[in-house]
Design a protein around this ligand. Structure first.
Ligand SMILES: Cc1cc2nc3c(=O)[nH]c(=O)nc-3n(C[C@H](O)[C@H](O)[C@H](O)COP(=O)(O)OP(=O)(O)OC[C@H]3O[C@@H](n4cnc5c(N)ncnc54)[C@H](O)[C@@H]3O)c2cc1C
Length: 383
């Protein structure tokens, strides 16, 4: 059995008690960024969990980071406002220059600057990220960026953004991973100088945006690693992202199961608690079994990651199984609450909207299944 990180969980629980259901309802209703929550998470050092101690972070492993995010979601909150910092910084850590690491990582760890935004998806290419059209053209000591991104979350609340752009041609399907580069863009300098950010209002409070690049000049030293190798760097970070999102889904699933069990015990109709009916009990028990099984995969994937072992299949399965378990639990919980599940004050409808996202983003379920079919089971490539 993997570590349980009891002390860390208790600290996160204490922090989350400060952000009750009224808080999350208010930010959801106002479509506001949960600034106070993100500030508290930053000050507590939780968002710097994966930054090594030499750069002033906590130097923890992915299992610990997963426990932090799971607890936030189990408390009824939503870590999506800040979770990306945990995994985006991995690209800088693994592939950035010594100067970039020294300049940015300690400042991120201290909370002086935020690296929350990750610009990959574009309107025309969607899930097919190798076909992005945003370009970065070298011009002396700069790159000039032109193009458009969509669904770049938290861009309005971040100082830095990791941007994937094309620096060379996509010559064939065989070389589809080449010609893409990653840049660390300072949003503060870019805004109004070739970068425009437009918020997108969505069914959940996610601070997501559309970004337009029109001749944005960024210093040449914004490039992370080698020109043309950026897609590989992004792929490197995806296992961590999938495991952490899986952990959030486990927290959500457990929140729904706890909520439904409590309500089924209390709510009396036909002169008895609704939870006495097996038609109400069994979906709760089934959701519980699914969540516990998915949690084992999340823990296995995190343990492999922390041991430096390959974990692509496990990370993908963790995200797949956990996002399905959280959605199963969400649907069950709404049904258990009957009409009251639709009322804002019980938080069920909010969490229902929030957890549904994870079967679409950061990667849709079909793409995970394709990965498993092709890369694990040896079936023919389908796209
Ligand atoms: C709230 C929100 C926040 C997001 N935040 C970010 C962010 O911060 N940064 C970022 O870069 N992106 C972000 N995304 C984008 C997200 O990663 C994409 O929405 C997701 O990858 C799917 O791409 P798409 O929406 O273009 O769907 P499409 O690629 O158009 O796919 C639509 C549907 O078709 C299916 N499909 C497509 N091709 C195939 C195939 N070959 N086989 C089987 N099924 C297929 C997909 O599974 C999906 O269900 C966010 C999205 C949302 C909604």
């Amino acid at each position: 059995m993997s570590q349980d990180f009891g002390d860390i969980r208790h600290s996160v629980q204490a922090l989350c008690r400060e952000f009750d259901s009224g808080y999350w309802q208010r930010v959801d209703r106002d479509r506001a960024y949960p600034e106070e929550f993100v500030g508290a998470m930053t000050r507590a050092g939780f968002l710097a969990a994966l930054i090594p101690e030499e750069f002033d972070g906590s130097g923890l492993g992915l299992g610990a980071a997963a426990a932090i995010l799971e607890e936030v979601h189990l408390s009824g909150g939503n870590a999506a406002a800040c979770h990306a910092q945990m995994y985006i910084m991995g690209t800088v850590l693994r592939h950035g220059s010594a100067e970039q690491k020294q300049k940015y990582l300690p400042a991120i760890a201290r909370g002086d600057i935020r690296l929350q935004a990750f610009g990959v998806t574009e309107p025309a290419s969607g899930s097919d990220s190798t076909r992005i059209r945003t370009t970065a053209r070298r011009d002396g000591g700069h790159y000039v960026v032109d193009g458009q991104k969509v669904w770049t979350s938290r861009a309005e609340h971040s100082d830095l953004m990791l941007l994937l752009a094309r620096t060379g041609p996509r010559e064939s399907d065989r070389s589809r991973h080449e010609g893409l580069s990653v840049f660390l863009v300072d949003i503060r300098d870019a805004l109004g100088s070739g970068l425009t950010i437009e918020p997108i209002r969505t069914m959940l409070n996610h601070a997501t945006t559309e970004m337009f690049f029109d001749g944005l000049r960024i210093p040449a030293d914004s490039l992370v690693g080698e020109e043309g190798s950026g897609f590989r760097y992004i792929l490197d970070g995806m296992n961590a992202e999938r495991i952490l999102i899986g952990a959030e889904c486990i927290g959500d699933a457990r929140w729904f199961i706890g909520k439904a069990s409590g309500y089924a015990n209390e709510r009396e109709v036909f002169g008895r608690p609704i939870g006495r009916n097996q038609g109400v009990q069994f979906p709760i028990a089934r959701a519980y079994a699914a969540a516990e099984a998915a949690d084992l995969m999340v823990r296995k994937a995190a343990a492999l990651f922390d041991d430096g072992e390959p974990c692509g299949p496990e990370a993908n399965m963790a995200k797949l199984l956990a996002s399905e378990a959280s959605w199963q639990a969400a649907d069950m919980c709404l049904q258990t609450f009957g009409g009251y599940g639709f009322a804002e004050e019980y938080d069920v409808e909010r969490k229902f909207r929030e957890t549904r996202l994870y079967q679409v983003a950061p990667l849709s379920t079909n793409l995970v299944l394709s990965y498993l079919a092709e890369h694990v089971l040896g079936l023919p490539r389908s796209y």
